[in-house]
Design a protein around this ligand. Structure first.
Ligand SMILES: [Zn+2]
Length: 210
């Protein structure tokens, strides 16, 4: 029973091998004969039952190491369930950021996070001249606190460095930036949830009239 990474269980879980196919080739060179091949394994997680394709390559003359490919790719982070409730323009960008994360395209993910922050700010405070002006306007509107602003400046700077200086962000940088962006978007949703809840809740009866 092979252990394999499961995106949905977010960790190594037991998998059942549903099917396996193998391809191979060889070079009949008289002095340097060699063989190579690929295993395609369809694996099903015994926890959540999702299925993934694992591809392993081997070569008789080279150590291919532990370089399994996964389809869909392994993801350290899952798109939030509330993603479908945010405005289309934000959701499309967020989905593209997750596509970049799954392809391990860290710079693209960071650029995307910065672009999404920019779109969010434009929608909330208008297209002001600089990021700093937009962030200050968000503070004035009470959408974020001063300490949130400091964290967002860090996220924007990371996106800027990825775009203009080719800076390769670490996994921790990306996780931090994504936490910030998603926190902001989710807070936007919670604000509407709170308003809807307040409207749907019957008012307290006036004690004098009871
Ligand atoms: Zn699973």
């Amino acid at each position: 029973m092979p252990k394999s990474y499961c995106n949905y269980c977010s960790g190594l879980t037991n998998h059942e091998e549903v099917a396996v196919r193998a391809t191979s080739g060889h070079d009949g060179h008289p002095e340097y004969p060699c063989e190579w091949g690929t295993y395609y394994r369809m694996l099903q997680c015994l926890g959540c039952e999702t299925v993934v394709l694992r591809v392993d390559h081997w070569h008789s003359e080279y150590d291919m190491g532990d370089q399994s490919e996964f389809y869909p790719p392994r993801a350290s982070r899952r798109p939030p369930l509330w993603m479908w409730q945010i405005p289309d323009g934000w959701r499309v960008l967020l989905a593209e950021i997750y596509t970049a994360l799954q392809a391990d395209s860290k710079r693209l993910a960071m650029m995307g996070a910065r672009a999404l922050l920019d779109v969010y700010m434009n929608d909330n405070v208008g297209d002001l001249r600089t990021f700093d002006l937009k962030l200050s306007a968000l503070v004035e509107k009470g959408r974020i606190t001063d300490s949130d602003k400091a964290v967002l400046v860090a996220a924007l700077e990371a996106g800027h460095a990825a775009t203009h200086r080719g800076h390769l962000p670490s996994d921790a940088d990306i996780a931090h930036a994504m936490d910030i962006v998603e926190n902001l978007l989710q807070r936007h949703l919670l604000q509407f949830s709170a308003e809807a809840l307040a409207k749907a809740t019957p008012p307290r009866p006036n004690k004098k009239q009871v």
